[in-house]
Design a protein around this ligand. Structure first.
Ligand code: SF4
Length: 95
C-alpha cells in the first residue's frame, strides 16, 4: 500500500480563493510573541510566518478552515475569523 504524507495529502486540496474578501484578518498592533509562536506551530497549512523584522505575516489563500488559529488566538491576534463565502475556500479531495 502506497502511503501519502500529510503534506502530500494537503497538497491534493484545491482552493477557490475569494480575491476580494479575506475571511481571516489578524491584528498588527501590540504583537505578543508567545501568541505568535502558537500560530507558527499550530496552523497545519503554515500560513503564519515571520518576516525579516520579526513581524507576523499571514496569507489566507491556502486556509484549511480548521479554526485552530481562532481557538488559540481568537482573543489576541485574530481580528476577524469567518468561513469564506459559499462556494469559495478549500475544496477537499479524496485520495
Ligand atoms: S483556520 Fe486553520 S488553516 Fe486556516 S489559518 Fe487558521 S489554523 Fe491555519
Amino acid at each position: 500500500m502506497n502511503r501519502m504524507s500529510v503534506d502530500d495529502k494537503l497538497g491534493t486540496n484545491m482552493f477557490r480563493v475569494d480575491e476580494e474578501h479575506a475571511h481571516i484578518t489578524i491584528k498588527q498592533e501590540k504583537v505578543d510573541h508567545k501568541e505568535i509562536h502558537k500560530l507558527l506551530l499550530a496552523c497545519p497549512a503554515h500560513l503564519y510566518t515571520l518576516d525579516e523584522e520579526g513581524g507576523l505575516q499571514f496569507s489566507y489563500e491556502g486556509c484549511l478552515e480548521c479554526g485552530t488559529c481562532r481557538v488559540l488566538c481568537g482573543k489576541s491576534l485574530i481580528k476577524d475569523w469567518d468561513y469564506p463565502e459559499n462556494g469559495k475556500g478549500v475544496l477537499y479531495r479524496k485520495s
